[in-house]
Design a protein around this ligand. Structure first.
Ligand code: CFM
Length: 537
């Protein structure tokens, strides 16, 4: 079901006129006749709007750094910031050395009023000492929260002194929550820190196995990267590091030896992908391991990059085997899903990635968007030169990287690179819009008012989003599937993940619950009573 410009105007008409104009720029009805359709993104949410966005600290500590299992990640700030980046994202990790897997810990300086008044640097130094005494990690990160920046604690100086005291890297991240307009700023800050201090710090000059790759922007939510690794190892790839799902400081140090970098989540990690190409000459390939087609296409593109006939053949064998195995299962769920419609609104990648998997189940995505992505995630990387920098984006320092004099190696000749670029998404991401049908709608930073209005208008059969809007949607009688944390399920990536997703979505549709969601007072009065002859109840 499509939406018309008039219907859109009606929804926006409830806003004050300035806000109307603002929000209109963030909403696009896909129309091939219009040519390029610019969308505004990565700008401040209007105050008072109920947005689903997070903060820079969440993007830095919660998203990019947190999954690195052999480091202790210290939150310098009040306890709530630490608590809400502790485990709810379901980024899993396991380790051969359980003494070096700290994924279940939540370490914070727990700033109190007196720390805010008198400064928290001493407390931070003490926490680092305690961490060293109790855990002996290989490295530590310190992430700043809003008050740290406001009171001016110098976390860099504290980290530097701690490095000298303890002889291990202590990385400070100035990712105060208010920096930038969303968690996207925090991704960039974390990318810079990892590139500057961790990647390339190892001694390896060459990978030990065949077809060495890094997987960037894969965070092992609900076990996704374990499923991806299962497939890639079966084909014969050596996975040097995963950034950062079930990842480790130890592996990241030697990420420079890979021959190819895969980029799953472009939004959160394209900075490292680009810097690795400049510094070490390693190209990056956009992949999408969500959905059977997404996974198969990505595997084929990887095989083409290496160009080895044996690898190409093995890739086809694995795809054929896996598809034959899961097809009957998918077919069974497809019967339940066919003909349904979805809203797909997630942070910065999944709003696009899950559309393919929905499509494979016969579900049409009628509305999609990202909380905090940039224009290139909607329109493709070709718009990057046109993106205006504003005060908020200038706030995030760019890390200057150069060719490594010893380790830079062109992995492909310029001719081969040009030839491959014409066939596979090397150093390129086309954005969400190319996959969206005519008349569907893209909404950037969808808010709660618009969520309700678009649901009333388009009546989707399922809403794919997160915890912040899930219950509102369910109370409207629509099944909601969390695509951030996968509720309690997963993995959803790769071949097995596609089956899990199909099962969970089908369960959502098949559940009789939705028929019961009518407020009781609509059907019968909650209080009953009688009036007797004397007028006393
Ligand atoms: Fe990348 Fe992510 Fe996403 Fe993201 Fe996130 Fe996430 Fe996400 Mo939630 S890194 S942009 S900051 S794919 S936590 S694992 S699900 S909003 S769409």
């Amino acid at each position: 079901m499509a939406i018309t410009e008039e219907q859109l105007e009606e929804i926006l008409a409830k806003y004050p006129s300035k806000l109307q104009k603002n929000r209109k720029k963030h909403i696009v009805i896909n129309n091939a006749d219009c040519g390029a359709q610019p969308i505004e993104a990565n700008t401040r949410t209007a105050p008072g709007i109920i947005t689903n966005r997070g903060c820079a600290y969440a993007g830095c500590k919660g998203v990019v750094l947190g999954p690195l299992k052999d480091m202790i990640h210290i939150t310098h700030g009040p306890i709530g910031c630490a608590f809400y980046t502790w485990g709810a994202r379901r980024n899993k990790a396991k380790s051969d050395d359980p003494t070096q897997n700290f994924i279940n810990y939540c370490v914070s300086t727990d700033m109190q009023e007196s720390d805010i008044v008198f400064g928290g640097e001493k407390k931070l130094a003490k926490v680092i000492d305690e961490v060293m005494e109790n855990f002996h990690p290989k490295a530590i990160t310190v992430s700043a929260t809003c008050p740290v920046g406001l009171i001016g604690d110098d976390i860099n100086a504290v980290a530097k002194a701690a490095e000298e005291r303890h002889g291990i890297p202590v990385l400070a991240f100035s990712c105060e929550g208010y920096k930038g307009v969303s968690q996207s700023a925090g991704h960039h800050i974390a990318n810079n820190g990892l590139m500057d201090r961790v990647i390339g710090a190892g001694d390896l000059e060459q990978a030990s196995g065949k077809y060495p790759i890094n997987i960037l922007g894969e965070y092992n939510i609900g076990g996704d990267s374990w499923e991806i690794e299962r497939i890639l190892s079966d084909i014969g790839y050596q996975i040097v590091s995963v950034m950062t799902g079930d990842g480790s400081y130890e592996a990241l140090k030697n990420a420079h030896v890979a021959e190819l970098n895969l980029v799953q989540c472009h939004r959160s990690i394209n900075y490292i992908a680009e810097m690795l190409e400049i510094k070490y000459g390693t190209p990056w390939l956009k992949v999408n391991f969500i959905g059977v087609k997404g996974t198969s296409d990505s595997l084929r593109n990887m095989a083409q990059y290496f160009g080895d006939p044996a690898l190409i053949q093995r890739t086809e064998e694995v795809i054929a085997r896996e598809v034959a195995r899961i097809e009957p299962l998918m077919g069974q769920y497809k019967k339940v899903c066919e003909g349904k419609t979805a809203f797909c609104f997630v942070g910065g990648s999944r709003g696009h990635h899950y559309q393919g998997l929905f499509g494979e189940l016969g579900i049409d995505t009628v509305l999609a968007g990202y909380e905090f992505a940039h224009r290139d995630d909607y329109e493709g990387r070709e718009v990057i030169p046109d993106i205006k920098t504003d005060a908020d984006s200038k706030n995030i320092p760019e890390l200057h990287v150069e060719q490594d004099p010893n380790r830079f190696k062109l992995k492909l000749s310029p001719e081969k690179m040009a030839e491959l670029k014409a066939k596979i998404p090397l150093s390129y991401y086309a954005g969400m819009h190319v996959d969206m049908k005519e008349g569907t709608i893209m909404v950037d930073d969808l808010n709660h008012y618009e969520t309700e209005e678009f649901i009333k208008l388009l009546k989707p059969d399922i809403f794919a989003s997160g915890i912040k809007d899930k219950y509102v949607v369910q109370k409207m009688g629509i099944p909601a599937k969390q695509i951030h944390s996968y509720d309690y399920s997963g993995p959803y990536a790769g071949f097995n993940g596609a089956v899990n997703f199909a099962r969970d979505v089908s369960m959502g549709f098949a559940s009789p619950t939705w028929n019961f969601i009518v407020p009781p007072w609509k059907e019968e009065p909650l209080l009953t009573g009688t009036v007797n002859e004397e007028g006393v109840a």
